[in-house]
Write a protein that binds this ligand. Structure first.
Ligand code: ATP
Ligand code: MG
Length: 414
């Protein structure tokens, strides 16, 4: 059934407990909301202590709820009906509002009125009764239940307006985007790294993504898949910078040197070196990966130890102890799963040896790397040839990369 609404009420999350940061955090959420509302020009934002209200002014409530429940730092969204602070109007609106929901013989309800404006002539207790009675008269199937009713109609009577709402739609929560700094995320086309990206953003990290591709061994479609994953993630961030690194020459420099079972180790270390250079250029203070302990040969503890030594930046691994099943469920929730399971080759699945080592030796790895004289130059060239695009939720993949790049927005991060 189509319910009409006038406003959305957004509630802040856990960070409100932390006194001195609250103002900064609330401001970040507000800025994030403002950037997302650019696509809905009639919507108007009102800020109140501990809450944000969005007046719809005719913009679609459902679409806006869908967008705003992705804002980190917001724990829930309630669509609200608004009417004047007069008894008749409140009764009329309540009857109409409840009439728009699906009611059955089982439906229980209660009214929870709050007189914020003390000049209103009826107390909160009286109001519960004054609104509850006409609702029971109009909808004979309704029953009152004080504890855990299906519908708890909240009525907030203020001096200028009255708010009515009963739905509480869960939102992503976490810390507001960017309030814990910036990190560089290694984004493959797999299931894990997009979830790691989301988890990092949810803890207040702004992320930039770096993807390594090995054209022509990996196809244009593999690259587009990663752009599409970034687009989905940008629904939570407004926009995300994506660095596309040509990795073919670095990768092929490790083949044919008689160290096949160390190839993945070399590749991962080269990736971390390049990601570190990009992070330093962009002012990111950590790297993030989708590693999960023991999942594959490069994610054993000895492997992660040897690979991780290629960078001095901290490596954050949000999924390190998460079970694959839980990661898959999160990917579905975040919205990246269907794209992640598309079949295109990732550069790491190429040249994969029959038995990649699970226990590389750091001394040997370092010795082999130093015997490859062209390696640091190849890494330098890869960084120089990196293309950077800015990805937004509206990005269309019908266009090719050059066209997308022409669109790169120079304006500051929101
Ligand atoms: P994912 O599902 O994220 O690909 P995975 O379980 O397949 O993870 P690996 O392929 O071993 O694991 O990759 C481990 C991590 O290394 C990834 O989560 C990602 O952070 C990074 N990574 C791997 N391949 C690439 C790539 N082509 N570009 C950027 N990062 C990559
Ligand atoms: Mg992978």
């Amino acid at each position: 059934m189509n319910i009409t609404y006038d406003m959305l009420l957004l509630r802040f999350g856990e960070f409100t407990l932390k006194g001195k940061n609250r103002n900064r955090f609330e401001k970040s959420v507000l800025m994030h909301v403002r950037s997302l509302l650019k696509a809905y020009p009639k919507a108007k934002i009102l800020r109140e202590y501990g809450r944000i209200y969005v007046e719809l002014n005719g913009e679609p409530a459902e679409a806006l709820t869908g967008v705003l429940k992705k804002v980190f730092g917001i724990v829930s969204v309630s669509p609200v009906r608004v009417c004047p602070p007069e008894l008749d109007e409140i009764v009329k609106t309540a009857v109409d509002f409840i009439g728009q929901t699906d009611l059955s013989d089982e439906t229980t309800f209660k009214v929870n009125a709050r007189r914020v404006w003390k000049g209103f002539p009826h107390s909160s207790q009286e109001m519960n009764h004054l609104i509850g009675s006409p609702l029971l008269r109009t909808y004979s199937q309704l029953k009152v239940q004080v504890k855990h009713p299906h519908i708890e109609l909240k009525i907030e009577i203020r001096e200028d307006q009255t708010y009515l709402y009963y739905e509480v739609i869960p939102a992503v929560g976490g810390y507001p985007l960017g309030t814990n700094g910036k990190a560089m995320l290694l984004l493959s086309g797999g299931i894990d790294s997009p979830v790691a990206a989301w988890s990092a953003m949810r803890r207040g990290l702004e992320i930039e993504c770096v993807h390594f591709y090995s054209y022509p061994y990996t196809s244009q479609l593999a690259k587009e898949k990663v752009i599409d994953l970034t687009r989905i993630l940008s629904g939570y961030a407004g926009r995300i910078k994506l660095h596309l690194v040509p990795f073919t020459d670095v990768q092929t420099s490790f083949t044919g040197i008689g160290q096949d079972n160390l190839i993945i180790t070399f590749m991962r270390r080269a990736m971390l070196r390049i990601a570190t250079m990009l992070a330093e250029r962009e002012g990111a203070l950590a790297l993030v990966t989708g590693d999960s302990l023991g999942q594959v040969a490069s994610q054993t503890l000895p492997s992660m130890n040897v690979i991780g030594r290629a960078t001095e930046l901290p490596i954050l691994r949000p999924l390190i102890t998460t079970d694959k099943n839980d990661i898959v469920n999160l990917a579905k929730q975040v919205g990246t799963y269907e794209t992640s399971i598309l079949p295109y080759e990732d550069c790491c699945t190429l040249f994969v040896p029959k038995s990649p080592t699970t226990n590389p030796n750091l001394r040997i790895v370092e010795k082999v790397e130093s015997s490859l004289p062209g390696l640091s130059e190849l890494i330098q060239i890869a960084v120089e040839q990196t293309e950077t695009i800015i990805v937004t939720p509206e990005l269309s993949l019908d266009r090719n990369l050059e066209e997308i790049q022409d669109d790169v927005v120079k304006e500051k991060w929101f």
